[in-house]
Design a protein around this ligand. Structure first.
Ligand code: FES
Length: 353
């Protein structure tokens, strides 16, 4: 009978039409002892199905929440735009080699998110220890550790910030302001603790934690919503179907000139070099999707026209930042005068022949 539960077979419910998510509970019921399973089954089926369905059905009239709306307002607010240019110039006075270190090119992904754990971890731990009289001395040490860790964390953040688009920079500026406020509060907290004013020190510490939490939320919005500092080319070789794709006659590619071709809706940079050899890279820069086919060739590399990342043509390696990820490279061949490309095969592909 529809809507009923048979408990035959050791209390295992069957014959019930569940919503997709509701059905995921069935394995848990199956794993339970028979008596418990019968009880769980009765509980599950006593839910009104219409209310269950409505709680899992997306509302077509849903609006962004207040938090998301505030973040979106920040992205379009021009109030602090006068600061963006001078701050960017100030960051660019740092030599590009040093900025590459700060971006995390040596690490293969941005260094900023990794370093953030030091101040955040230290300050959250300090907040917990502050709850216990015996832990307050250690809490002071952690506040100091967090302040020390905030210095390189801020340096990496500013280096990344200076290569963002305007809406991202606006959010990033408020992110930096919230974190600067947190550093100020924690410095005051440490000073109060050292002067024996523990209560004030703890209060300032909790205020600092609130500020750094706001900064963290904005940092998350920057990364996950606005795609700042993520690899913008990672999916390319997965999107292009395996196998060889013709991209034009060899004569269509002038020697040493970047040419854009599209394969499976994915733009590629094709460069013919000496001895009729051809290189092919994903055209959208891994840093922020800049069009490499509009960039300059420098020796055996191509320089992105947007922020100057340098990629080796032969294999896509990011010789210079701010890109922290290499550029997807394609295998090429000339067959009967036609240039063909295909995604580089993984070790799995090679093993499968
Ligand atoms: S888009 Fe920034 S370096 Fe290419």
């Amino acid at each position: 009978m529809r809507g009923a539960v048979s408990t035959a077979g050791g209390g295992v419910p069957n014959g019930m039409v569940f919503t997709e998510r509701f059905a995921r509970l069935v394995p848990a019921v199956k794993a339970a002892p028979p008596a418990l399973a019968r009880s769980l089954a009765r509980t599950l089926t006593s839910f009104p199905r219409s209310s269950l369905a409505s709680s899992f059905t997306p509302s077509l009239t849903a609006e962004p929440g207040r938090l998301l709306s505030s973040m979106a307002a920040l992205e379009s607010s021009t109030r602090a735009d006068a600061l963006l240019g001078p701050l960017r110039q100030a960051v660019h006075t740092v030599p590009s080699e040093t900025r590459d270190v700060l971006h995390g090119r040596w690490l293969g992904h941005p260094a900023h998110p990794a370093l953030v754990h030091v101040p955040l971890g230290a300050w959250i731990s300090a907040a917990v220890l502050d709850l216990f009289p015996g832990g307050r001395k250690s809490a002071g040490t952690l506040v100091a550790l967090g302040l020390a860790g905030a210095v390189p964390t801020a340096a990496t953040g500013w280096a990344d910030w200076a290569e963002l688009r305007k809406p991202q920079m606006r959010v990033g500026l408020v992110h930096a302001a919230a974190n600067s406020l947190a550093v100020t509060l924690y410095a005051a907290s440490l000073s109060a603790r050292l002067r024996g004013r523990g209560l004030r020190g703890r209060g300032l510490g909790y205020a600092g934690l609130a500020a750094v939490s706001l900064g963290g939320a904005l940092g998350g919005h920057l990364s996950y919503r606005l795609a700042a500092s993520v690899n913008h080319a990672e999916e390319v070789t997965a999107v292009v179907t395996p196998g060889w794709h013709p991209v034009g006659d060899l004569g269509d590619f002038p020697l040493g000139c970047p040419v854009r071709r599209v394969v499976d809706d994915e733009p590629l940079l094709i460069v013919r070099v000496a001895n009729d050899r051809v290189h092919a890279l994903a055209d959208r820069c891994s840093h922020m999707s800049g069009p490499l086919s509009e960039g300059e060739l420098e020796g055996s590399c191509v320089r992105c026209p947007w922020h100057g990342s340098l990629f080796r043509l032969s294999d896509g390696w990011n010789v210079g930042g701010p890109a922290t990820a290499p550029q997807p490279a394609f295998e090429t061949r000339v067959s009967g005068g036609v240039v063909e490309v295909r995604p580089r095969r993984t070790s799995e592909d090679l093993a499968a022949g």
